[in-house]
Design a protein around this ligand. Structure first.
Ligand SMILES: Cc1ncc(COP(=O)(O)O)c(C=O)c1O
Length: 395
C-alpha cells in the first residue's frame, strides 16, 4: 500500500472499496498512476469525463474563468450560468433550468418541484412512483426513491412519499398510482441498477399514463444524458418528452454540477422556494458550457452511438467464446457484461494489471462507460486486455 493509500485508510470514512492505485494525471481516455503506469480509462469518473481527461477546450474555459470570477452568489447575475442555461434549453425539449451541484441534489430538487406542482394543481398530491433497481442518489429522500434494498435498509426509516415498483412494467405504475401521486420518476435506461434497457413502448406508455392522470414525468438522465447513449438525451430515442429532467455527471467534464430542467407548465418554483449556494457557480458553468458546446458542435453523441455499437459487438464476440459470460447489453457507451458466477472483482483486478480500468457493477457484472471521444482503436485495445483477463479468471 502506498503512502497516500495508508493516509486515506487513516483519515477517511471507509465508504468506498477503492481500486488500489493512486491516479495523478489524465489525458484523453488515459490516466497515469503515481508510479507512472498508464491505464485506458473505461470508468471515466463514473460516466463523468465525457470529453476525456483534461480536454483542452474545457481546461481553457476553466482557466480563463478561474482568473476572471470564481464565485458570487445567486443574488447576482453571472454570465456562464446564463450561457449554459440557454444552450441547454435550445438543445432540449425543456424550457427552464435550476443549477445545483450533483445528481442527488438535482433529483431531490426535481421531487420538490413535483411536490410544489402537486400542492398547486393536484390537491396536495406528493407521492412519487419510482422503479426497482433504479438509482437516484444518496441523500435520504433519494435513497427512498432508489428502489434497491441495499441502499435503503441501513437507513430506515426513510422519508415517506416514494413507491418503488417493477421497472419496465406499465401495469405496476398504473396500480401504484393514487390520488396522492404527483409524479413518476425513472431513468430512461437504468445505469447503476444493471444497464437495464426498457422494452419498446414502455416509456411512451408511462408518458401516456402520466398525461391521462395529469401527473408529471421526471426523467433522470444523470447517467444517460449528454450523449452517452448515442443521442444528446436518451429520451430522443423513445419519442416522448419528460416534464422534468435532471442532469449532472457528464455535463461539466468533471466539475461538480447538477441541473433540473422543466417544461414551462411544470416550472412552478417561485422566489425563495428552492436554492443552492454553489449551484450555478461560474467555474462549473464555464466548464459545462465549453463541454456542451463541444458535444453539440462535434457530433459527440453520434460518435458514442457508433463506437458504442462497436464496443457492444466486441463484447458480444467475447460472450460467444467464453461460456461464463451470461449476457452483454448496452446502448451507446454505457454497456454491461454479466457473468454466470461472481467473478467481476477478479476480472477488474486482472484488467487493472493489464492496464485497463473497468467498473465492477455487481459481484457478477462489469460496466463500461469510457469517455465519449473514445475511438474504435482504443476499444480494440480495451477488448484485448479484457480478453486476457477473462482467460486468466476463467482458467
Ligand atoms: C441515474 C443517476 N441518478 C443520480 C445519481 C446520483 O448522482 P450524484 O452521485 O452526482 O449525486 C447517479 C449516480 O450514479 C445516477 O447514475
Amino acid at each position: 500500500m502506498s503512502h497516500w493509500q495508508e493516509l486515506e485508510r487513516k483519515y477517511f470514512m471507509q465508504t468506498v472499496a477503492r481500486t488500489p492505485i493512486t491516479l495523478v494525471r489524465g489525458q484523453g481516455a488515459r490516466v497515469w498512476d503515481e508510479a507512472g503506469r498508464q491505464y485506458l480509462d473505461f470508468v471515466a469518473g463514473w460516466a463523468v469525463d465525457s470529453l476525456g481527461h483534461c480536454h483542452p477546450v474545457v481546461a481553457r474555459a476553466v482557466t480563463e474563468q478561474v482568473r476572471t470570477l470564481i464565485h458570487t452568489s445567486n443574488q447576482f447575475y453571472t454570465v456562464p450560468q446564463i450561457q449554459l442555461a440557454e444552450l441547454l434549453v435550445q438543445n432540449s425539449c425543456l424550457d427552464k433550468v435550476f443549477f445545483c451541484n450533483s445528481g442527488a441534489e438535482a433529483n431531490e430538487g426535481a421531487v420538490k418541484l413535483a411536490r410544489r406542482y402537486g400542492k398547486l394543481y393536484l390537491n396536495g398530491a406528493y407521492e412519487v412512483i419510482t422503479a426497482n433497481n433504479s438509482f437516484h442518489g444518496r441523500t435520504l429522500a433519494m435513497v427512498a426513491a432508489t428502489g434497491q434494498a441495499k441502499f435503503q435498509e441501513p437507513y430506515a426509516p426513510l422519508p415517506v412519499g416514494f413507491t418503488n415498483v417493477e421497472y419496465n412494467n406499465i401495469e405496476a405504475i398504473i396500480s401504484a398510482t393514487s390520488d396522492k401521486t404527483c409524479a413518476v420518476m425513472l431513468e430512461p435506461l437504468q445505469g447503476e441498477g444493471g444497464v437495464n434497457i426498457p422494452d419498446e413502448g414502455y416509456l411512451a406508455a408511462v408518458r401516456a399514463w402520466c398525461d391521462q392522470k395529469g401527473i408529471l414525468l421526471i426523467l433522470d438522465e444523470i447517467q444517460t444524458g449528454l450523449g452517452r447513449t448515442g443521442t444528446l438525451f436518451a429520451y430522443e430515442q423513445y419519442e416522448f418528452e419528460p416534464d422534468i429532467m435532471t442532469l449532472a455527471k457528464g455535463l461539466a467534464s468533471g466539475l461538480p454540477i447538477g441541473v433540473i430542467l422543466a417544461k414551462d407548465e411544470a416550472s412552478v418554483f417561485s422566489a425563495g422556494d428552492h436554492g443552492s449556494t454553489f449551484g450555478g457557480n461560474p467555474v462549473a458553468c464555464a466548464a459545462g458550457y465549453a463541454t456542451l458546446r463541444f458535444i453539440i458542435e462535434n457530433g459527440i453523441p453520434d460518435n458514442a452511438g457508433k463506437v458504442g455499437e462497436y464496443l457492444v459487438s466486441g463484447l458480444g464476440r467475447l460472450k460467444k467464446k467464453y461460456p461464463f459470460i451470461a449476457d452483454v447489453r448496452g446502448r451507446g457507451l454505457l454497456a454491461a457484461m454479466e457473468f454466470s458466477q461472481d467473478v467481476a472483482s477478479s476480472v477488474v483486478t486482472a484488467c487493472l494489471e493489464g492496464g485497463l480500468l473497468v467498473n465492477r457493477l455487481k459481484p457478477n457484472a462489469l460496466r463500461f462507460m469510457p469517455p465519449l471521444i473514445i475511438s474504435n482503436e482504443e476499444v480494440d485495445e480495451a477488448l484485448g486486455i479484457l480478453e486476457k483477463a477473462l482467460l486468466r479468471v476463467g482458467s
